[in-house]
Design a protein. Structure first.
Length: 271
């Protein structure tokens, strides 16, 4: 079993599900066999839970909003953490509430288990942006990144990625990308034009290996958290394809997805 291809959903269109412990979740993408999944979770104000014991799947998170003590470590805006399978994440407590994006690794993944990898917490604000210029095919996006975690044995890369506004090439056509590993994204801020429409804050996609995607351009600039199934993104390029500026929403959605997930989303008014 593998995780389904979804590109893309605005997570504002997904209903919160309330769980027995009072938290609410939006499940974005799940492998029902191996347990690999990505979800948003909201911990309500006053939430407190004791140590739940060893995790059955590695847990990786980024705090999107609010503040929460995870295993005694106070985490707030963009606080990042990783707990290997087989280790305990400890207690969790939040006074005013918190919303996180969580990535759960597969139950049988040899590269995210205790002994193969280590627990980690990072305050991304303390890291420097890597502003090394990108290859010519995506140089127009003016990218910079902060690597949060590299999995052992070339297994994964979790990173923050930004692109400057006015990221539009002079050419009318640019190559699209193909990777031999998965790629996953949640949009924190900004906008990006894709052949599937305009990605806005709160957008999510999961691409299995070998999916053709792009070209991408960004008039507004963007800030996203991304994961890839390798330590460095490996790209094959297609022949040039038209730029997607102005493309209407045309998502690739797994069969059986609730209709509400693919409603057009225009975002809230800024002025
Ligand atoms: Fe890509």
């Amino acid at each position: 079993m593998a995780r389904p291809y979804i590109e893309f959903v605005q997570t504002q269109n997904i209903d919160w599900e309330t769980q027995a412990d009072g938290t609410q979740v939006k499940r974005l993408n799940v492998d029902p066999v191996d347990g690999e999944e990505t979800y948003l979770i909201h911990y309500p104000a006053g939430f407190s839970a004791p140590d739940q014991g060893p995790e059955d799947r590695a847990e990786e998170y980024l705090v999107l909003d609010g503040a929460i003590a995870m295993g005694g470590t106070e985490q707030r805006y963009h606080g990042y953490g990783f707990t290997p399978r087989g280790e305990s994440a400890g207690t969790r407590a939040t006074k005013d509430g918190a919303t996180l994006i969580v990535f759960r690794y597969a139950r049988n993944d040899p590269d995210s288990v205790t002994g193969a990898t280590e627990a980690l917490t990072v305050d991304p604000a303390t890291l420097s942006w890597d502003m090394t210029p990108s290859v010519a095919h995506i140089a127009h996006l003016r990218l910079a990144r902060k690597v949060l975690r590299l999995g052992p044995n070339d297994s994964s890369r979790t990173f923050l990625l930004i692109g400057l506004p006015h990221g539009i090439p002079s050419e009318k056509d640019m190559p699209a990308e193909i990777h031999d590993h998965f790629e996953e994204m949640f949009m924190l801020q900004g906008q990006m034009w894709t052949p599937e429409g305009l990605i806005r804050p709160g957008a999510y996609f999961y691409r299995p290996p070998e999916i053709v995607h792009g070209p991408h351009v960004s008039e507004a600039g963007f800030f996203q958290i991304m994961r890839a199934g390798a330590n460095h993104v490996r790209t094959k390029w297609t022949a040039p394809m038209p730029l997607p500026i102005g493309q209407g929403y045309a998502p690739k959605i797994p069969e059986g997805t609730p209709e509400s997930w693919s409603r057009p989303w225009r975002g809230t008014e800024a002025f």
